[in-house]
Design a protein around this ligand. Structure first.
Ligand SMILES: CC(C)(COP(=O)(O)OP(=O)(O)OC[C@H]1O[C@@H](n2cnc3c(N)ncnc32)[C@H](O)[C@@H]1OP(=O)(O)O)[C@@H](O)C(=O)NCCC(=O)NCCS
Length: 164
């Protein structure tokens, strides 16, 4: 139901098709899983199709071994008018023993689309717990930092256009 589900978790095995040259999970596979988990969380919150618009601060803290269980946890931490900010944390463990270890994290922004593919309003997230309020403040700070980064990137875009 829109405006109610604000968390989504998925678990699966890291299969051999995700192997990089060094025998661990490829970074691109990890980013795809994070995008899928966060996108499902965003769609569950707004009840609409959503597209990824930005990824902030993705960090690969530890490698994930092929054959290990991967857990992707996505959590809504802020909403704008049409956008949603999702914190994504990934952890993994050997299926035979051990506990989950944190491996990867980022914040992703999604935009809800109407039937014509235009940005459309989403239910407002109104945090009440100290933890959720702190996460929302962090999301707003990251959004502001993202705007600064976009401005810095304008120079790169102009270089790219000139060469094409
Ligand atoms: C996402 C998209 C529809 C937004 O279009 P747009 O013309 O920028 O729309 P708007 O300017 O109205 O912005 C819509 C929302 O996106 C947010 N947004 C836009 N660019 C952003 C960025 N770089 N970072 C974070 N949020 C951003 C805006 O702040 C706004 O949020 P709000 O309504 O909560 O204030 C458009 O950029 C797009 O189609 N991008 C490609 C998406 C895609 O293909 N993703 C990969 C596959 S899923």
């Amino acid at each position: 139901m829109p405006g109610q589900d604000h968390e989504f978790t998925m678990r699966f095995l890291a299969g051999p098709e995700n192997r990089n040259m060094y025998g661990n999970v490829h970074g691109g596979s990890m980013m795809k899983w994070m995008d899928e988990g966060a996108g499902t969380c965003a769609a569950g919150w707004c009840g609409l199709p959503c597209v990824t618009v930005a990824v902030s601060g993705i960090t690969f803290h530890k490698p994930v071994a092929i054959g290990h269980i991967v857990e992707v946890r996505a959590r809504l931490i802020n909403t704008g008018r049409t956008s949603m900010h999702i914190a994504v944390n990934v952890s993994s463990r050997d299926p035979r023993f051990g506990t989950f270890e944190h491996t990867t994290s980022c914040m992703m922004a999604f935009v809800a689309l109407d039937a014509e593919g235009r940005p459309t309003p989403v239910p407002k997230w109104e945090p009440t717990t100290p933890e959720d309020l702190a996460l929302q403040a962090r999301a707003i700070r990251l959004k502001e930092l993202g705007q600064d980064i976009q401005e810095e990137l304008v120079a790169f875009k102009l270089v790219g256009e000139a060469k094409c």
